[in-house]
Write a protein that binds this ligand. Structure first.
Ligand code: HEM
Length: 425
């Protein structure tokens, strides 16, 4: 897909390098001459935004680690000292804490873009699955990072989440003990979570390299979802995609900066400014916003299903909600990629989006709260049902019964037709 390399080393040192380590050629082929579909919209800039956020998280995280103490008696105070005593410490910490939320906002836009335009379909299955792996690693990294300030939500969140593992028969208890390094969340938990929290972003960076490699083998999808047919359908990555990426990165930074400078604690929980206390359970334990839909799915299963008790059922449903994404390339049976040409899919997709937001809301309230005359947990059951039905019933069936709209012959034809139509007005 990337075609033949057009890189020609011009200088003597360039030629010398080329014969030994053709790294400049690699960079040129990936970020300069790489043919990009000419119709990409702003949603295709989020991969670049994610790459930038990963760098921001690693750099700010390394600086935080210089001042942070992963010892349960001093962890909370060391974070306060970062905020008050370390030069610019408040900025580094707010950048890192809000950066995690920004990372998830960007990844959800990136994932939903893929869901709408069918970017997971052949030949992009591996690219998609690598994305799902990155998403899982991101969740693990965020969860462990949240434990480090050793506040009330850190402690009780860690207690609740690691307790899920005990639902698994036989292996559950040993896994939980290994994870927390004892019989309850304590100093050993904090030590290992710090160690793993430091490691995971580098693992993510490794999988991102594979992700981008896979992308460059199969090429980018585009809003029309049709294959690139000739050179007329593409433009070189630089300057076209690079300038667009830079513009959207700057806009995203402004959005991110607004949170950091004006609402730095809006996305956090006030209870995390109270030091962890194993003897005082908070009235309402809630995970960070980006985990809420999955938390709602976990709590929706409050009944036994045959031999599977409600606790194990909830845990299986929660992990199943993520695992199902990995099978999506084979669950969606439609040959047409882009949602633009799929009238029924479009409706099911938007309902799925609203349902995912609603699940997030349900994850934030108490299960017995009344919403529109019905208990939150009953709503969560309906929403969970739709979540799974979308992947396991709607998408497999739609491929057979839906009549897609006619596809354009090529990307270039579609663009010319659009500009002819707009100049006729
Ligand atoms: C650290 C996280 C991630 C980084 C840095 C990253 C990076 C990128 C980049 C640079 C691109 C090309 C530009 C673009 O299409 O926006 C891309 C494309 C893609 N990514 Fe990711 N990604 C990440 C996470 C994910 C996740 C979690 C998924 C799915 C579960 C995913 C699925 C895809 C797919 C399917 C494409 C191809 C899209 C297309 O061409 O239509 N990525 N990614």
């Amino acid at each position: 897909m990337s075609g033949h390399s057009t890189y020609v080393p011009r200088t003597a040192i360039g030629k010398w390098f080329e014969a030994r380590l053709p790294i400049v050629r690699l960079l040129h082929d990936t970020a300069v001459s790489y043919p990009t579909p000419r119709n990409l919209n702003a949603l295709w800039t989020f991969g670049g935004i994610l790459a930038m956020m990963l760098v921001v998280q690693i750099v700010t995280g390394i600086v935080l680690a210089m001042h942070y103490a992963a010892e349960s008696h001093v962890a909370f105070r060391s974070v306060e000292s970062i905020m008050r005593d370390v030069n610019w410490g408040w900025l580094i910490r707010y950048l890192h804490a809000n950066g995690a939320s920004m990372f998830f906002i960007a990844v959800y836009i990136h994932i939903f873009r893929g869901l709408y335009y069918g970017s997971y379909k052949a030949p992009r299955e591996i690219l998609w699955i690598l994305g799902v792996i990155i998403y899982l690693l991101m969740m693990a990294a965020a969860f462990m990072g949240y434990v480090l300030p050793w506040g009330q939500m850190s402690f009780w969140g860690a207690t609740v989440i690691t307790n899920f593992f005990t639902a698994l028969p036989i292996v559950g208890q040993p896994i939980q003990t290994l994870l927390i390094g004892g019989f309850s969340v304590d100093n050993a938990t904090l030590n290992r979570f710090f160690s793993l929290h430091y490691l995971l972003p580098f693992l993510i960076a490794g999988v991102v390299v594979l992700h981008v490699w896979a992308l460059h083998v199969v090429g980018q999808n585009n809003p029309l979802g049709i294959d690139v047919k000739s050179e007329k359908d593409t433009v070189p990555f630089t300057p076209f995609a690079t300038s667009k990426d830079v513009m959207w990165i700057v806009l995203f930074m402004i959005f991110y900066g607004w949170f950091v400078f004006y609402q730095p604690n809006f996305l956090g929980h006030p209870d995390n400014y109270i030091e962890a206390n194993p003897l005082a359970t908070p009235a309402h334990i809630v995970p960070e916003w980006y985990f809420l839909p999955f938390y709602a799915i976990l709590r929706a299963i409050d009944f036994n299903i045959g031999p599977i008790d409600s606790k194990l059922g909830g845990v299986l449903a929660m992990f199943g909600a993520i695992a199902v994404l990995a099978f999506l390339p084979w669950l969606d049976t439609s040959k047409v990629r882009s949602g633009r040409f799929r009238p029924i899919f479009k409706v099911a997709f938007w309902v799925f989006g609203v349902n995912a937001l609603f699940l997030g809301y349900l994850g934030s309230v108490k299960t017995d709260d009344i919403i529109g005359g019905m208990q939150a947990v009953s709503w969560a059951k309906l929403s969970t049902l739709y979540y799974f039905a979308y992947f396991l019933v709607i998408l497999p069936v739609l491929g057979y019964i839906e009549k897609p709209k006619p596809l354009p012959v090529s990307i270039n034809d579609a663009i010319l037709a659009k500009s002819a139509a707009s100049s006729a007005h």
